[in-house]
Design a protein around this ligand. Structure first.
Ligand code: NDP
Length: 286
């Protein structure tokens, strides 16, 4: 860690739980590499303490924080300003504090797109995309894919109503129509769409260490090497979904690259400096 002194600038992450987060290691490595006298600290506020937490950021002059579960949506009413991305995503993953004025930003979607493009050479305009999930990360992924030129998108979520709500919200903010399929692997529409899709993205927590994924609606055969299967989960690094996709010959990716790129974008928003991507990557063990 950087030597802390009277001039150290503090930033960090708010989440509950937060102990599992890799962001402190990644950002502190970046501050060391760039010689910035900054430090990144994990904060674990009580779940109901959002208002006092945001007041604390202002009051203590914390330069910026990342925001994770369960605060991404509930911090919104306490921001002075929101970026377009945060409005479209309906969630904030980065707060920037400029002289006590707090701007809520969202780098998750842009981080995901940067990973697709820069690490895998995948252009979202290549063809249809299927997204599993309808929570906060699904919304960021859907909005960013549409903004990046994907012109055919479908959603499938265990709770169908939530997927329909998300499709409606996306229509209201972007004007784009998103199809919703039932959470049933044999559904004809879903089978056909899955085979045609160039990109399939898991934005559910199915596959997280210790969480079973029975009934995950993936048809038996994917169409193979022309497809990319991306799982936002990075622990474990290879989920059952990625193992199955790899067997079909698809290009596979876990969520570590998204974590890296959303972090780099947050770093740049706070410091105005280019993020030391390779240092951050190494800190993540990627
Ligand atoms: P949310 O809590 O907002 O959404 C959770 C999603 O998972 C919902 O669609 C929910 O479906 C679904 N789900 C949960 N349990 C099950 C289950 N047993 N069977 C089927 N579906 C299930 O979470 P987020 O969107 O914020 O995060 C989702 C995943 O993405 C997490 O694993 C998270 O770690 C990862 N993530 C990774 C990031 C990265 O940088 N790589 C960034 C953000 C998230 P339902 O609506 O039916 O409950």
């Amino acid at each position: 860690m950087t030597d802390i002194n009277g001039k150290t600038t503090v930033c960090g992450i708010i989440g509950n739980p937060v102990e599992h987060s890799l962001s402190p290691v990644m950002h502190n490595a970046a501050f060391r590499q760039t010689g910035l006298n900054w430090v990144y600290v994990p904060f674990r506020p009580a779940i109901g303490a959002v208002e006092t937490t945001v007041a604390g950021i202002r009051g203590l002059g914390i330069a910026g924080v990342n925001v994770t579960v369960p605060f991404k949506e509930v911090v919104i009413p306490f921001m002075d300003d929101l970026t377009d991305e945060a409005v479209c995503c309906g969630a904030v993953n980065t707060i920037i504090n400029r002289g006590g004025k707090l701007t809520g930003h969202n780098t998750d979607g842009s981080g995901f797109i940067r990973d697709l493009r820069e690490e895998y050479g995948f252009d979202p305009s290549r063809g249809p995309a299927l997204v599993w999930g309808a929570g906060g990360s699904a919304r960021a992924v859907v909005v960013s894919l549409l903004r990046a030129g994907c012109n055919e998108l479908a959603l499938v979520n265990r709770g169908r109503e939530r997927a329909l709500d998300l499709a409606r919200a996306v229509y209201q903010t972007t004007g784009a129509t998103v199809r919703v399929f039932p959470w049933v692997a044999q559904d004809d529409g879903l089978v056909d769409f899955t085979r045609r899709a160039k990109l399939l993205v898991n934005c559910t927590s199915v596959g997280l260490s210790g969480q079973a994924g029975e009934g995950f609606p993936l048809p038996d055969e994917l169409s193979g090497p022309s497809q990319m299967v991306y799982d936002l989960i990075y622990n474990p690094p290879r989920t059952p979904l990625l193992t199955r996709a790899e067997k079909s010959g698809a290009v596979i990716a876990n969520g570590l690259g998204m974590l890296l790129h959303q972090g780099a974008l947050s770093f740049e928003a706070w410091t105005g400096r280019r993020a030391p991507l390779e240092t951050m990557r190494r800190a993540l063990g990627k």
